[in-house]
Design a protein. Structure first.
Ligand code: 5AD
Length: 343
């Protein structure tokens, strides 16, 4: 019998499972992951090239109202040199990430993508925020193929209360448009915000399922320093893991990252994420002098270095995928095209 079941959708009690029933859910998710991807995980690097942000998300330390933060924009030539000459051997893909900063897109991100496209065969992901369609097109022409745009919460009222970018409807429209324009889109949501119920989390999974995504993340809420949510409680860790496992069972083929916040959310959190369905790890290559100012959660971020990432996957009996993420999506698309053409 095939352990994956495309018709799977979790129930509210699934989100709160503990003990043996939880272990069984996690084992099913792990089995589905191994069936789809073997013992390979995708290894990408992230560079956080600007922490300027025009948005004001209540959960995020880079929000524009945070005046405590020293803001920086990296130099694209320096980042390119580092990535071309000194990237870890296991890295197949690079994720270029910023606060929502149009200046950085023009001055840092676009030239960096062009250089990387010319000098390497790295797959290129971007996580930059919402922009006009022409900007997305420029990024794609330059050589990026994966756009990360999280919807954060599928509850429209909560989305607005969180001061997340624009409205939920707009965010969803951007996600759909990116996919329609040929991007591989990965999204994500936050688990464990104050007052969030298992029912609401099912709503997040339902929206993710309805969107044209190639992957999706589950981020445990971490009360961010110098944010309006600084005094809220952190996410229940078992809810986070149960959402990841449920997502894996719902979408066996998705690429699900182990986010670095897992380490702040639970003991050995990153490795636990790899045990419940995550199949993408990220080595942080943001220059050390500015890393501390890229405060999504808190200053003390537990940076996922090459050594920590490779140790975590080895300890779980996994190994780096030689096939890159962008390449994987490209091959999947051409397979899907072939099937459509011969149907
Ligand atoms: N807790 C959990 N996730 C967060 N993010 C930002 N701040 C927090 C937080 N306090 C996530 C959001 C955002 C991404 C960059 O990090 O999903 O899109």
């Amino acid at each position: 019998m095939c352990v994956s079941d495309r018709s799977y959708f979790p129930t509210e009690p699934d989100i709160e499972l503990t003990g043996e029933a939880q272990a069984a859910l996690h084992e099913r998710a792990a089995a589905v992951t191994r069936e789809e991807f073997g013992n390979k995980v995708f290894v990408r690097a992230v560079v956080e090239v600007s922490n300027f942000c025009r948005e004001n998300c209540a959960y995020c330390g880079m929000r524009r109202d945070n005046k405590q933060l020293a803001r920086y924009r990296a130099n694209h030539e320096q980042i390119a040199e580092m990535l071309i000459q000194h990237r870890p051997a296991a890295v197949t893909d690079i994720n270029i990430q910023t606060g929502e900063d149009p200046v950085a897109v023009r001055e840092v991100v676009l030239p960096l993508i062009q250089t990387l496209r010319r000098e390497t065969n790295l797959g290129i992901s971007v996580c930059l925020g919402t922009f006009a369609r022409e900007i997305y097109a420029e990024l794609k022409v330059a050589g990026a193929s994966i756009y990360i745009m999280k919807f954060e919460s599928a509850d429209a009222a909560r989305y607005t209360a969180l001061e997340a970018p624009g409205t939920l409807d707009e965010r969803v429209r951007h996600i759909r448009q990116l996919a329609a324009d040929g991007w591989n889109v990965s999204s994500g949501f936050i688990v464990g915000l104050a007052g969030q119920t298992p029912r609401e989390l099912l709503g997040n999974l339902r929206l993710a399922d309805a969107l044209p995504l190639a992957g999706c993340s589950v981020s445990p809420f971490i009360p961010g320093e110098d944010t309006p949510l600084a005094n809220d409680l952190p996410a229940p860790f078992h809810w986070t893991l149960n959402c990841m496992a449920a997502m894996r069972l719902m979408r066996p083929d998705w690429v699900i990252p182990a986010v670095s916040a897992l380490n702040l959310a639970g003991q050995d959190g990153y490795r636990q994420g790899l045990r419940v369905g995550a199949n993408l790890v990220t080595i942080n290559l943001t220059p050390e002098d500015v890393r501390g100012d890229y405060v999504i959660y808190k200053r003390d971020r537990f940076i996922m270095t090459e050594e920590r990432v490779l140790n975590a996957i080895a300890a779980e009996g996994l190994s780096p995928s030689r096939e890159g993420l962008a390449e994987h999506y490209r091959l999947n698309q051409s397979r899907a095209g072939l099937i459509a053409a011969t149907a």
